[in-house]
Design a protein around this ligand. Structure first.
Ligand code: SAM
Length: 134
């Protein structure tokens, strides 16, 4: 991915915030449970979790609830998406929201990453520790 971003619904495009509500449609819960995915990650509760591309926060509430003694950083390219995620998760100590491009993360740290688009049933490998780019 380059720094040039194209918005749209097609392959290689960034899902536009104007369509954000569709990501929160109740029917989605029937096929992709945020709680089940977060349980699968196996958090202890004291980690710092970076949710890349959090969008309007479909997974954010489950991640917040799974990190009561940790930190959750909501991260998205689009401030409009981030605002929706923040509104959903509410305020709590250890909760932060950062706008930026994942191509050039503004962090110096290690993060435990997983793809929220890979449900537990997909058989893909469990999350692992990955270094941030900076
Ligand atoms: C299809 S939405 C999915 C949102 C959420 N993870 C979900 O499953 O409902 C993808 C999100 O990733 C964000 N995104 C895409 N490319 C990004 C990038 N390079 N850096 C940060 N966020 C990005 C978009 O702005 C959008 O909010």
């Amino acid at each position: 991915m380059t720094d040039r971003v194209e918005f749209g619904l097609g392959k290689g495009k960034v899902f536009p915030h104007q369509k954000a509500r569709s990501l929160l449609h109740p029917v989605r819960r029937l096929i992709q449970s945020p709680q089940a995915l977060v349980r699968w990650i196996g958090l202890r509760g004291d980690e710092t979790v970076l949710e890349l591309g959090c969008g309007p926060g479909y997974f954010s509430i489950a991640l917040r609830d799974a990190t009561p003694r940790g930190r959750l950083v909501l991260f998205d390219l689009q401030p409009e998406m981030l605002s929706m995620a923040v509104e959903r998760t509410g305020s709590r100590s250890g909760l932060a929201a950062v706008t930026g491009n994942a191509v050039a993360l503004p962090f110096t740290c290690l993060v435990r990453s997983t793809s929220c688009s890979s449900p537990p049933s997909s058989g893909k490998s469990r999350p692992a520790w990955h270094p941030c780019r900076k």
